[in-house]
Design a protein around this ligand. Structure first.
Ligand SMILES: NC(=O)c1ccc[n+]([C@@H]2O[C@H](COP(=O)([O-])OP(=O)(O)OC[C@H]3O[C@@H](n4cnc5c(N)ncnc54)[C@H](OP(=O)(O)O)[C@@H]3O)[C@@H](O)[C@H]2O)c1
Length: 287
């Protein structure tokens, strides 16, 4: 008997895939449904590698920014679970610098995935089975914390705003809906986006962390929501925290109730600019 039925958006690679694997490994009663636009045959591949996951894992195809896909995917998930959804992991999201958002169409696409896709997923899940307990983990970003402090990171204003908008929506939801428990996860750089940050002149060399560690913290927050109504956590390399984004103070974050997890330097990956054409003045000034 599976006691947790978990739905994960953007599950084919990066953090979403790490979430799938972490739930299946660490929560033995979990059954998970994941989707992305082009998952290929990853379900079969994962089951071939881990045959014990047969029956606990289903992967489908769909676009998290399209209402009709969300509706269909939620139907497929509840058929697979033969039960209502207990957990939503709102992971699918796009990271783009402001200079990539040159027109209304690109801004709308970012908003449709990062904001509208997530709020629609929550609303449609709540419509399915009202009053069924629901735990939600939203993959926000340190860019949202910076935005909320009025000190948005350079070149990622729009991205930070999309994350802050969903954070605010979910905070209100947890205050108004008794059966909904919310966790907000604020990761620092990891995966492909970490290299984009290292290559960008306004950011520069950085320390990336392993997405598996981010997923572990997300699952830890999800498990905490069994007894807590609201939880928040930040996870990033201690080096990244202390040099580039030193304006977050650990004690201030903890005083706000935010769990802080620093990954030691030895477990972080130092990323530097791929092309050695310019020096990184911003980083040199900060050092
Ligand atoms: N990486 C970082 O440094 C960082 C830091 C803080 C927060 N975050 C947040 O963490 C989350 C995951 O980031 P990531 O770096 O793991 O991303 P990623 O490596 O780019 O992977 C994104 C995943 O989402 C799927 N996806 C993208 N667009 C989709 C759509 N429209 N509908 C459904 N699935 C979609 C992708 O698969 P398909 O291409 O098959 O659709 C893929 O499985 C994002 O919300 C991001 O904003 C990332």
């Amino acid at each position: 008997m599976h006691t947790e039925h978990i739905f994960i958006s953007g599950a084919s690679r990066g953090l979403g895939k790490a979430f799938l694997e972490t739930f299946l490994t660490k929560n033995p009663t979990a059954q998970v449904f994941g989707f992305s636009r082009t998952p290929g045959d990853m379900e079969q591949q994962m089951i071939t590698e881990q045959p014990q996951w047969q029956g606990r894992l289903h992967i489908s195809a769909g676009d998290a920014s399209k209402e009709e896909d969300i509706k269909r995917l939620l139907g497929e998930a509840t058929d697979f679970f033969n039960a209502p959804i207990d957990g939503l992991i709102l992971n699918a999201g796009n990271f783009l610098f402001d200079e990539n958002l040159t027109d209304d169409t690109s801004k709308k696409a970012l908003h449709d995935l990062n904001v509208r896709g997530n709020t629609s997923l929550v609303e449609q899940t709540l419509e399915q089975k009202q009053d069924h307990p629901l735990r939600i983990v939203f993959v926000s970003s340190t860019a949202s914390l910076a935005e909320k402090r009025g000190e948005a990171f350079p070149s990622s204003n729009e991205y930070g705003k999309t994350k802050a908008e969903v954070d605010a929506y979910l905070r209100t939801l947890h205050e108004t809906a008794e059966h909904v428990h919310i966790a907000l996860l604020y990761p620092g750089p990891f995966g492909d986006s970490a290299q984009k940050i290292a290559d960008h002149p306004d950011f520069g060399d950085t320390w990336a962390i392993d997405e598996k560690l981010v997923a572990e913290m997300g699952v830890q927050l999800f498990n905490q929501l069994k007894t807590e109504k609201f939880a928040e956590g930040i996870i990033l390399s201690e080096k990244h925290f202390s040099i580039e984004h030193g304006f977050f103070k650990k004690e201030d974050l903890e005083a706000q109730g935010i769990m802080v997890r620093f990954i030691p330097e030895a477990q972080s990956k130092y990323l530097t600019r791929k092309k050695n054409e310019n020096t990184n003045e911003l980083r040199e000034n900060k050092k």
